[in-house]
Design a protein around this ligand. Structure first.
Ligand code: ATP
Ligand code: ZN
Ligand code: MG
Length: 302
């Protein structure tokens, strides 16, 4: 691959992604989407009988649930909220004049009840909470959502709008820890079969500000987050294509999700960055999917 031309420019030139003029906001080609669909089907072949139900979420969640998640405490820099015009005819005239003059028209937009979902599993917890105490076997949900994070970048693997496929385990500490270990193994197995160079390492989330530094080192010390790293745009700084997270009983407490015995539920989730996985495949196996290695073709095309 020509080192002079960035991977992002190659993706544009090959029509895999289409530029919008805003970093991290791209249209995807049919072929790119086909790879994602095939990856998802492949991922769903693991532990099928363990899944208790499946859900797909829209890209937004309720403002109330967003507030409950604590996202603004930990990651205010990444959040996005939906605002809308709520005025009358007179306000509309003002809006159009403001736009015509090239002034800031967005200052009069009003907050709605919708926030953009920052992490695919957040909308699940309030649903589980409303059902009352969990059964003894807990819950095991397969889900998918578009996510938004305000982190514009020239790195094609760092988008502002992207999808996560997640498996979420809710139950006892033991159930959730076992789940995460199993998925670390499965994640490595998946990467082998996709013939992608990879390694798993302990990680932390980008907690905001000075207090955030302490949160991040605590998260690392307790090994609450692991990432599946694959080189995409850089060999030295490989990209997290999967993450394996244990939240202890933090979400159980925040959303009031109870185990059968009434104590707060523990939660763990494994997240696959669908665009990142597709990009890793294009990066390592080339832009022509018909020429991908036989083993990879067999895994995804069957
Ligand atoms: P990073 O350290 O690269 O910012 P992350 O720790 O924020 O990743 P998670 O919050 O664990 O990632 O999100 C779960 C998965 O979603 C990641 O493993 C990754 O594959 C994907 N993901 C996260 N942020 C982005 C993004 N900006 N663009 C595309 N995919 C992303
Ligand atoms: Zn999650
Ligand atoms: Mg991040």
């Amino acid at each position: 691959m020509d080192a002079q031309v960035s991977f992002l420019d190659q993706l544009f030139a090959k029509g895999v992604l289409h530029d919008s003029g805003v970093d991290g906001l791209y249209a995807r080609s049919g072929e790119f989407e086909d790879v994602i669909a095939r990856f998802e089907k492949f991922a769903l072949t693991y532990g099928q009988d363990e899944i208790s139900e499946a859900m797909v979420f829209p890209p937004g969640m309720t403002m109330q649930d967003f507030e409950t998640s604590g996202y603004m405490k930990n990651f205010p820099q990444l959040a996005g909220t939906v605002h809308a015009f709520c005025g009358n005819d007179h306000d509309h005239m003002g809006l159009l004049q403001c736009m015509a003059a090239g002034d800031d028209w967005s200052k009069d937009q009003k907050p709605t009840q919708v926030a953009l979902t920052p992490a695919a599993c957040y909308p699940l917890y309030p649903i589980l909470s409303r059902r009352g105490a969990l059964p003894a076997e807990g819950a095991y949900v397969a889900l998918q959502s578009y996510c938004f994070r305000h982190e514009p970048s020239k790195d094609p693997a760092r988008m502002q709008m992207f999808r996560q496929r997640e498996y979420v385990r809710v139950g006892s500490a033991e159930q959730t820890m076992d789940f995460r270990e199993t998925w670390k193994q499965r994640g490595s197995d998946m990467m082998e079969r996709l013939q992608l160079p990879h390694n798993v390492d302990v990680a932390n989330d980008p907690f905001f500000g000075r207090a955030g530094k302490i949160m991040a080192s605590g998260q690392r010390e307790q090994e609450l987050k692991f990432e599946m790293l694959v080189p995409i745009t850089s060999e030295e700084k490989p990209t997290a294509c999967m993450s394996f997270n244990y939240h202890m009983d933090n979400f159980g407490k925040a959303w009031n999700i109870r185990q059968a015995d009434g104590t707060p539920a523990h939660t763990a989730c494994v997240g696959f960055g669908l665009e990142r996985l597709a990009l890793a495949l294009f990066r390592h196996h080339g832009f022509d999917t018909s020429k991908w290695p036989e083993g990879v073709r067999a895994t995804l095309w069957g």
